[in-house]
Design a protein around this ligand. Structure first.
Ligand code: AMP
Ligand code: ZN
Length: 119
């Protein structure tokens, strides 16, 4: 069923506590944890507890939770003090865009110069 945990999903395992992660924030609907391979001084992933393969399918099924992800991304940036210097929220969607984990997640990146357009 849509949104249900998937046995073979790494981020569902992090939500369940079966795979360790450095969690920085949690809400009823979301978990935020540090990326294991950080691309910036601040690199935090914000994910829904529910399993959807990408941000678009999450937003279509549970728009309130998609909004929770954005609110939490901003709160992570504030907690990490990169809100004043600027930060980027990225949803890689599809393997051609670099998505490797097919459980919706926002990358929150900050603490260094961020070129535009991104690579
Ligand atoms: P994406 O490539 O957009 O699908 O992002 C997946 C992200 O998950 C990558 O930046 C990985 O470094 C990160 N990642 C993979 N495994 C873990 C893990 N066990 N804990 C934290 N982050 C992870
Ligand atoms: Zn999942």
């Amino acid at each position: 069923m849509a949104g249900e945990p998937q046995a073979d999903c790494l981020f569902c395992k992090i939500v369940a506590g079966d795979v360790p992660a450095t969690v920085v924030r949690e809400t009823e609907t979301t978990v935020a944890f540090r990326d294991i391979n950080p691309q910036a001084p601040t690199h935090v992933l914000v994910i829904p507890r529910a399993h959807y393969p990408d941000a678009g399918t999450l937003a279509a099924a549970q728009p309130a939770v998609a909004a929770d992800i954005l609110r939490e991304a901003a709160q992570v940036a504030a907690d990490e003090k990169v809100d004043t210097t600027g930060f980027r929220v990225v949803f890689n969607t599809g393997s051609g865009a670099g998505q490797t984990v097919f459980h919706a997640h926002a990358h929150v990146l900050g603490g260094r110069g961020l070129n535009w357009p991104p690579g």
